[in-house]
Ligand binder design. Structure first.
Ligand code: IPM
Ligand code: MN
Length: 336
């Protein structure tokens, strides 16, 4: 996060753009001190901002469902960030685990439903610690929520290569997934120029590994989108560079920008975390704030560093430190 702020502040100077940062220390350390991830009025505090820039949260000292259901998920919901955009691209300097003839020219966006679906609090547990113990969790799919995400995906596909893939599982999940497919089908009638296909999530996973270039926009439910975004990030070489945008399309609330990856507790304090997931999320934030020129410039600089491939952190097979990657991006920004 400090490295991403360093980049944005520097870029801002070139674009006559000043960031007025309010820093909230809401992480696991805060939880261990205060017994909560954020104060009671935390969500209200965030409302006062134009955007939220979130770093990765979580620590082995506290169960992940406590840290995430105490911060990330309530923010996504209360601020009605129902759209999650996750671009994935291959770069010349980033080695993919696929054979090189399979791994070029990958450029897709996963459009993930972000407020409902499988991530629902509906359910509970009964008969704890007995042989009859059971847990039930209900997935929630609303016409409003599904239509909204599907429409966003069609619109995005119209601005890109015009190819939309819908992630489904209507052969095994008997209620929600046929409902999802019907809404995709209905919506497609308004987009005659988009090539749309539905793929069952299992087959889709195999296809993303075997033919990643085929994909342009993929629309998926909350859980499917979550899983696909790590899979696709792995296919292009690593999750450390993957950015995301949690968008409130009504712009009533601030949207939130965060890397796809987690907090990587194994490398804390070593100075080798890959800063690019966070920095690229910053570029998505600039675009959302309608600072297109600055967003373009920052993306160009990030992509140049990744295509070059000589300054990479160890997660991508390099030997550089976090701040060297940032410095490379800053150098690129000065050149352009
Ligand atoms: C993500 C993360 C979160 C999610 C976790 C941390 C709750 O994996 O943003 O992809 O599943 O949404
Ligand atoms: Mn995830």
């Amino acid at each position: 996060m400090p490295e991403a702020i360093r980049i944005l502040d520097s870029l801002g100077q070139q674009h006559n753009l000043a960031f007025d940062w309010t820093i909230y220390p809401w992480g696991t350390e805060y939880f261990l001190k205060h017994g909560e991830m954020m104060p009671d009025n935390g969500l209200d505090l965030l409302q006062d901002s134009d955007a939220v820039f979130l770093g990765a949260v979580g620590d082995p000292k506290v169960p992940d469902y406590v840290t995430l259901w105490g911060l990330l998920i309530p923010i996504r919901r209360a601020l009605q960030q129902c759209i999650n955009l996750r671009p994935i691209r291959s770069f010349l300097g980033v080695q993919s685990p696929l054979r090189s003839e399979l791994a070029f020219d990958i450029d897709m966006v996963i459009v993930r439903e972000n407020n409902e679906g499988e991530y629902s609090q509906m359910g509970g547990r009964l008969y704890a610690n007995t042989p009859d113990e059971l847990a039930v969790q209900t997935a929630v799919f609303t016409r409003r929520g599904v239509s909204r995400i599907v429409k966003v995906a069609f619109d995005l596909a119209s601005q890109r290569r015009g190819i939309l893939t819908s992630a489904t599982k209507s052969n095994g999940i008997i209620h929600t997934m046929p409902f999802w497919d019907e809404i995709v089908e209905e919506t497609s009638r308004s987009y005659p120029d988009i090539a749309v296909r539905s793929m069952h999530i299992d087959a889709l996973c195999a296809r993303i590994v075997l033919r990643p270039q085929e994909f342009d926009v993929i629309v998926a439910s909350n859980l499917f989108g979550d899983v696909l975004s790590d899979l696709a990030a792995g296919v292009v070489g690593g999750i450390g560079i993957a950015p995301s945008a949690n968008i409130d399309p009504s712009r009533t609330h601030p949207s939130m920008f965060e890397p796809v990856h987690g907090s990587a507790p194994d490398i804390v304090g070593k100075g080798v975390a890959n800063p690019i997931g966070q920095i690229w999320s910053g570029a998505m934030m600039l675009r959302h704030l309608r600072e297109e020129a600055a967003a373009d410039e920052l993306e160009r600089a990030i992509f140049a560093v990744l295509d070059d491939g000589s300054t990479l952190t160890p997660d991508l097979g390099g030997a550089s430190e976090t701040c060297s990657v940032t410095n490379e991006i800053l150098d690129e920004l000065r050149v352009t």
